[in-house]
Write a protein that binds this ligand. Structure first.
Ligand code: 15L
Length: 268
């Protein structure tokens, strides 16, 4: 059997670098694409390095050839101007999905964000946390773009049968930094487990699920991700002594926290 080939866009970014080692395997080649050149291959590492913008149709088409699945992380990860957000996040994702369709890629995993629903009041989360598939309540142009990315994923699933999983990622960092992170943290190792489950689960169809660890203080329901075979192991509560408090007001009242007060359309 030929090795499985996975295209990772935005591979030089924070989550891309976390996944590079965690998704590696003897029967797998990772094709790493980023606008910044990804770090050179380590000895024995099965990677193919590509440097290109996600908005470049030819480069992205070539990157999608002979690929079994795409993990799409490329795009602005914080607030930016309307034009930048539209071009990189929305047009960039459209470009990727078009290329995946033309190349016959059967599965695409799209990085969405809690900011697609950042104006959910924390008080409404309930004991189980916010359910998967909660309708969009974006907190920024960035959050809007993630809702748009999810909708594009739905369109490409319905029209062309591509399996599309949208991950509404909480806070994917080395460790939780503030109190809010205690209820939405996704540890690097759990990120590896989550993306691995997305790659291997049989016939997921179209899904929108949360991406979080097994946090004691959970705002995000684990149900949808668990149905994909994800078994998180880390708990932000283990780092509770290290986190700083959030300011009273919107930072505590809404899921999107400080994003709900950022000036709209100003690069953050
Ligand atoms: C995100 O979507 C951002 O990409 C990341 O920079 C963090 O701000 C994270 O959400 C968060 O909400 O903590």
């Amino acid at each position: 059997m030929p090795p499985q080939r996975i295209l990772v866009t935005g591979a030089a970014g924070q989550i891309g670098r976390m996944l590079r080692t965690r998704l590696a395997g003897p029967d797998r080649v990772l094709r790493l694409l980023d606008i910044q050149p990804p770090a050179a291959a380590e000895p024995g590492e099965q990677v193919e390095l590509r440097t290109a913008a996600i908005t470049d149709p030819e480069a992205v088409q070539q990157a999608c050839e002979d690929v079994d699945a795409v993990i799409h992380l490329a795009g602005h990860s914080r607030e930016n101007t309307w034009q930048e957000i539209l071009s990189t996040n929305v047009d960039g994702t459209h470009n990727l999905l078009e290329a995946a369709r033309k190349a016959g890629v059967p599965r695409v995993i799209l990085a969405s964000s809690n900011h697609a629903v950042g104006f959910l009041p924390v008080a409404d989360a309930g004991a189980e946390g916010f359910p998967d598939e909660t309708p969009p309540r974006p907190d920024t142009y960035y959050g809007f773009s993630k809702a748009a990315v999810e909708a594009l994923g739905s369109l490409y699933h319905s029209r062309f049968g591509i399996d599309v999983i949208c991950l509404r990622i909480g806070a994917c960092t080395d460790r939780p930094h503030d109190e809010r992170d205690l209820s939405i943290w996704l540890s690097p190792d759990d990120a590896g487990r989550l993306f691995e489950a997305c790659l291997t689960t049989p016939s997921p169809g179209f899904r929108v699920v949360w991406g979080a660890s097994r946090n004691t203080r959970q705002l995000l329901s684990p149900t949808g991700a668990e149905q994909l075979g994800y078994h998180p192991r880390d708990d932000a509560a283990d780092h509770a002594a290290e986190v700083v408090p959030n300011r009273p007001g919107r930072e505590r009242d809404y899921l999107g926290a400080s994003f709900t007060t950022l000036p709209l359309g100003e690069p953050d």
